[in-house]
Design a protein around this ligand. Structure first.
Ligand SMILES: CC(C)[C@H](C(=O)O)[C@@H](O)C(=O)O
Ligand code: SF4
Length: 782
């Protein structure tokens, strides 16, 4: 039974999407059921607060799994006593404590700091078998696209949507376009999926996938291990896509089988039968088709401040004098200045200061093995001040230690750390000093990403490790390995992986009795789990007030000063840098808006205003932003970006295109993003904004006018449903809760057809409070 029935051949995305439609309204907007919801401490506090204020509960705790990752220090937890003593930064501590409390209040399964299963949210989901093919997976985090490697429809959402999913287990979605990136042939030795995805982003650009779900297909993709597939899909968001997907196959099933939250026994068989139907049908329509020849790709790194600034390692730093497009030329000049690079310098000759091996892109066991293979028997270069290796989860760490990888790194002078996001974003103490250059396996090289004025170059784990050994970037294919016994840049899944992984899981459980298999034990455990449907439905919510209708200010007509911004690819890290994300409130973010662009430090370390447009009259009172370049709000899912803009007084942003998640988040906060062709902006709106002339945005009539009432733009597009909500100041959750009947109908169908999804994270709800800490402490968070 399907809730929608479109005829004809379908793409993988079409199939998964259609199998989750709860309701489609007249305006064409869909309500989709969410199977898996991951939570972390940065984007959830305001969502839980919203639930509490409205007296709402978590609809399905067993579809939910929480962990801490962004804020936590990566230094040793051997002497861990309490979160309070371990986390020194008070704002980081507050976010972690808030999550600790929220998971208790709402009975959400949680891997806290004393749990060996804790780790980066996109590492733990797959590792536990929580992420499954054909599921919808969301998280208040842009790199949720990672989970698409399993043939799941997985995408990042903002905090308002986190609240929506917690309350309703659904999300309001428009259908995306289908894009296929076909990678023909085989990758050559030394070339990994990280090189492949950097190459692809270099070709299609960071806005290339906007509005699309990308399916990665072809021989080179099918040959990839699950871990390598995850690195690919992880960075689909850097190509601007809503999600990345790869058809599930035997490699996928083999990876999932036996994981703690994966279906077992007959449910496993039923699941695999369904999962085998999840592939693009012959003749299915793709809106965009891109073909890449695997043999053409060589190890690739970034030189600039956007993931699209990717080049083969044997290239040189680009020269802006060769660029004619003025916007591209000036952004290249700025990037080179920021990165401290001279045009035409060979990439291989650039020295580095630090190495970071980690992040949700490349912190899994296979990544660590590839890096260890390079490092084995070698020593970190003298000029490299720090090389740190941060495993993606406690379980990855344990496995690496069993294999002796920690020793290999430490012998070479690399630091071996505890799991977390770490220097990928530096919300914890792991940051670069100003102007330090880092060889990093992460996914974003934005300005200030790894610390104020930091310089990030993205690359594969083996390339980052090699840079740490020789002290500058190098082509991994030319690297002289010391020890031939260790696997070199393995792209294949090692069968031993899972055996070891299973051993780790087993260690986590009660010791097995003689003759008892792990499978049997898990089946028994699952029998003990109380029959759940809406486990928390009757649960009193601590701190809950009487239900209040939450409504926004209606948006009708806006007349205001429009600030001109002549930039492309303005990412949400630039709109609101990471240090301002450590709040548990939605307000008070004005001071952080465009912080690195609005302020410089004086000799006394005090903030002084720059000549950035919002510091100049009359734009200090701007209510509209007129942006000339594409892809405004790309990158992170942080809803703090629209919160900060709103706090400043901005109510509408006009740009040629927007980052998908930012676009969504804006509407949820009463902020109107308007897409217009670049030539219209340049000809009609930008000149008026430059001279300080106010603009009028008439949302009901979808027009833009000048102060005399002359029509400048006689039509802009906005989806009916979004317009309806803005014009009437309506709250999405309230609207969705009125569709309870449809949600229940879907859930009844799901219980039958997708019974193998029912348990979800229930194992950890039942187990809560009974397990011992692997570190031997009695933990309050356990
Ligand atoms: C903090 C979170 C909102 C953010 C994201 O969405 O990506 C972070 O993980 C990042 O990588 O910038
Ligand atoms: S991109 Fe970095 S900060 Fe964001 S979830 Fe991944 S590891 Fe964490």
């Amino acid at each position: 039974m399907s809730f929608t029935s479109s005829e004809g051949p379908k793409t993988l995305y079409d199939k998964v999407f259609e199998d989750h439609v709860v309701h489609k309204d007249e305006s064409g907007s869909y309500l989709l059921y969410i199977d898996r919801h991951l939570l972390h401490e940065v984007t959830s506090p305001q969502a839980f607060e919203g639930l509490k204020n409205a007296g709402r509960q978590v609809r399905r705790t067993n579809c939910t799994l929480a962990t801490v990752d962004h804020n936590i220090p990566t230094w040793s937890r051997k002497n861990f006593q309490s979160t309070e003593t371990f986390i020194k930064e008070q704002d980081s501590l507050l976010q972690v404590q808030t999550l600790n409390q929220n998971v208790k209040d709402f009975n959400v399964p949680y891997f806290g700091m004393t749990d060996a299963k804790q780790g980066i949210v996109h590492v733990i989901g797959p590792e536990q078998g929580f992420t499954l093919p054909g599921t919808t997976v969301v998280c208040g985090d842009s790199h949720t696209s990672t989970h698409g490697a399993f043939g799941a429809l997985a995408f990042g959402i903002g905090t308002s949507e986190v609240e929506h999913v917690l309350a309703t287990q659904t999300i309001i979605q428009a259908k995306s376009k289908n894009m296929r990136i076909l990678v023909n042939g085989k990758l050559t030795p030394g070339v990994t999926s990280k090189d492949l995805i950097l190459h692809i982003i270099g070709v299609i650009g960071t806005a290339g996938g906007t509005g699309c779900v990308i399916e990665f297909a072809g021989q080179a993709i099918e040959d990839l291990s699950m871990e390598a597939r995850m690195s690919m899909c992880n960075m689909a968001i850097e190509a601007g896509a809503r999600a990345g997907m790869i058809k599930p196959d035997d490699i996928t099933f083999e990876y999932i089988k036996g994981r703690p939250l994966a279906p077992k026994g007959a449910e496993w068989e039923k699941a695999v039968k369904y999962w085998r139907t999840l592939h693009t049908d012959d003749g299915a329509h793709f809106d965009y088709n891109i073909v890449v020849e695997a043999k053409d790709i060589i190890p690739t790194i970034t030189w600039g401040t956007s993931p699209q600034d990717a080049l083969p390692i044997n290239a040189s730093v680009p020269d802006p004098t060769n660029v004619t497009d003025p916007i591209k030329k000036s952004s290249m000049e700025r990037a080179l200045q920021y990165m401290g690079l001279k045009p035409n310098t060979p990439l291989k000759s650039i020295p580095i200061d630090k190495v970071f091996i980690g992040s949700c892109t490349n912190s899994r066991i296979e990544d660590l093995r590839a890096a260890a293979a390079v490092v084995k028997g070698q020593k970190k270069a003298q000029n490299v001040k720090l090389a740190m290796v941060v495993p993606g989860s406690g379980l990855v760490k344990q496995q690496a230690e069993k294999e002796g990888l920690d020793k290999i790194f430490e012998d070479a002078g690399f630091e071996w750390r505890e799991a977390g996001c770490s220097m990928c974003l530096g919300m914890n103490p792991d940051i670069l000093d100003p102007e330090e250059r880092c060889a990093s396996t992460s996914n974003r090289n934005f300005e200030g990403r790894q610390g104020a004025r930091s310089r990030t170059h993205l690359m594969s784990p083996a390339m980052a490790a090699a840079a740490g050994i020789v002290g500058h970037f190098m082509d991994i294919r030319e690297f002289q390995y010391k020890d031939n016994d260790v696997p070199k840049i393995s792209i294949e899944q090692d069968a031993q992986d899972k055996a070891l992984q299973d051993a780790v899981y087993q260690h986590e459980k009660e010791p097995l009795q003689q003759g008892e298999s792990l499978d049997e034990l898990e089946d028994d455990e699952q029998k003990d789990i109380p029959p759940e449907d809406h486990v928390t439905k009757e649960m009193p919510v601590k701190g809950a007030k009487a239900p209040v209708p939450s409504a926004m200010q209606p948006f009708l007509t806006l007349t205001g000063i429009a600030a001109p911004l002549d930039k492309a690819n303005v990412d949400t890290d630039a709109i609101i840098p990471k240090q301002f994300l450590k709040t548990i409130k939605r307000t008070g973010l004005k001071a952080g808006l465009f912080y690195e662009w609005r302020f410089v430090k004086d000799a006394n370390g005090k903030d002084q205003e720059t000549d950035f447009v919002l510091n100049v009259e009359p734009y200090r009172k701007a209510e509209i932003l007129v942006v000339t370049g594409d892809n405004f709000g790309c990158g992170s899912s942080r809803e703090h970006a629209p919160w900060a803009l709103k706090d400043f007084g901005i109510k509408s942003i006009i740009a040629p295109s927007f980052g998908d998640i930012f676009y969504n988040n804006s509407f949820k906060n009463g902020l109107l993003p308007i897409r217009l062709p670049q030539e219209v902006i340049l000809e009609k709106l930008y000149p008026l904004a430059k001279e300080g002339t106010p603009l009028t945005i008439d949302l009901p009539n979808q027009k833009i006018l000048d102060p005399q009432g002359n029509v400048l733009v006689d039509h802009f597009d906005v989806e009916d449903f979004r317009k309806h909500c803005l014009v009437n100041g309506l709250d999405d959750i309230g609207i969705t809760l009125q569709k309870e009947e449809f949600i229940q109908k879907y859930e009844a169908m799901r219980k039958d057809r997708f019974s193998f999804l029912e348990n979800g994270s229930k194992l950890y709800i039942a187990a809560r409070g009974t397990k011992k800490s692997p570190y031997g402490n009695t933990s309050q968070e356990w």
